[in-house]
Structure formats: C-alpha cells, structure tokens
Write a protein of this length. Structure first.
Length: 217
C-alpha cells in the first residue's frame, strides 16, 4: 500500500526550467565566454550542481568549479523569485494527497535554503512533511541515498513510497532505493530518453493523474 510520495522539485512541482537554463548560460558566459546549448543544460537537470557544471564546462578542477558555483548561486538567487512559476494542477494535487492522508517529501539536488524559498514562493510548504536537499547525503541522485533518507524521514519503507520526477536521475534514484517510480510526461526533458534511461514503473501525463494512478495501485 502506498503511504507516501517522494517528489522531485524542479520540473516536477515547480516550473524552474527557464531559471535554471538562464543561470547556467550566465555562469558559462561569465566564466568561460561560451554558452552551452539549451538541450545540453536541460539534460543535466536533476544532477547535483557540481556534477552538472563539470559536464557543461569540461572543467574538473574543484577550485574552478567552486568559482562557477558562486557565479551560479548569485545569479540564481537574484532572479529566483521572478522566474519560478507554478505548474498547473500541482497545488490541487498536493492538497488532495494530504486529504487522503499521504505523507509527502521533496527530494532535490538544490540546497536547502533555495528549496525552502521555492516552496514558499509557490505556497507548498504546509503540504510537505519532509525534505532532502543536496547536502543531506554524501551521494546525490542518481544514487539511492536521497530517496532512502526521505523514506526514513517519513517513517516509511521504500516500497510504500512513490518516487515522482521528471528526469532519468529521479527514476534511477528511486528504482535503486526500491521505490515504485513515476515519470511525469509534462517534463521539458526528452521523454524517450527519460523512459529508456529512467525505466519508470508508471507514467502520468498531468499532475492530477497521480490520483487516478494511486487508485489503481
């Protein structure tokens, strides 16, 4: 029986894709004088920031990556509140899930204070019982560690929690943890790639479709 839901944040609960792309573009232009393609940036969404920056920049020196992280953080913080957008149906979904008595967690590759800021901007905070951010585990997605910690914080077993996300890294993390996984088709990431690399247990088209899925599990 499903008793909890582990949600990714970016692209799953909140439309932050344009913010993320703009931040990576600004970071690479400022530090490297080049701008990655939008698709190459989108393909890294869900990874911890350091890993994404290494892939996009080709840089592996930790001091240089730290410089890039600082540029990224400054731009993201300055533009976050004006660029984050709600995803239609998410607010109603969270409300109905709580009405059903489910425990809800957010598992993200963001830092805790930015996750809290994002949830606050969109009025989600009252619905969320636990969060796991990038610094809470030694290994981030696609390792199982973040999902396992979220289950622990909810007091549930992995098999009792759906893992819902929009990237292959969400699915890989949830699958490795032993959670049933749900890919959201409203993702801006490549859908076929998500299916092939993520191997989700289930798929949904719109946020509220999760309610119907829960009725069938």
């Amino acid at each position: 029986m499903i008793k909890g839901v582990l949600f990714d944040f970016d692209g799953t609960l909140a439309n932050t894709i344009d913010l993320i792309v703009a931040t990576f573009e600004h970071t690479c232009l400022t530090a490297l004088g080049t701008k990655p393609s939008r698709q190459s940036i989108v393909d890294t969404i869900g990874l911890p920031l350091g890993d994404a920056l290494k892939l996009l920049s080709g840089i592996h020196d930790e001091e240089r990556i730290l410089e890039l992280r600082q540029i990224y953080g400054q731009f993201n913080a300055a533009n976050h509140d004006t660029m984050i957008k709600p995803i239609p149906g998410v607010a109603e979904l969270l409300s109905k899930l709580k009405e059903r008595g489910l425990k809800l967690a957010v598992v993200t590759s963001k830092k805790a204070y930015m996750l809290e800021r994002g949830m606050s901007c969109l009025g989600m905070t009252p619905y969320i019982d636990a969060t796991v951010s990038v610094l809470d585990t030694e290994r981030g997605k696609p390792a199982p560690d973040p999902m396992l910690l979220a289950c622990e914080r909810l007091g549930l077993e992995p098999k009792e929690c759906l893992c819902v996300g929009d990237s292959p890294f969400d699915m890989q993390s949830g699958n490795a943890a032993g959670c049933p996984t749900v890919a959201v088709q409203y993702t801006q990431l490549n859908w076929q790639n998500l299916l092939e690399q993520g191997k989700p247990s289930y798929t949904i088209i719109e946020p509220l479709d999760l309610l119907n899925l829960l009725d069938t599990i």
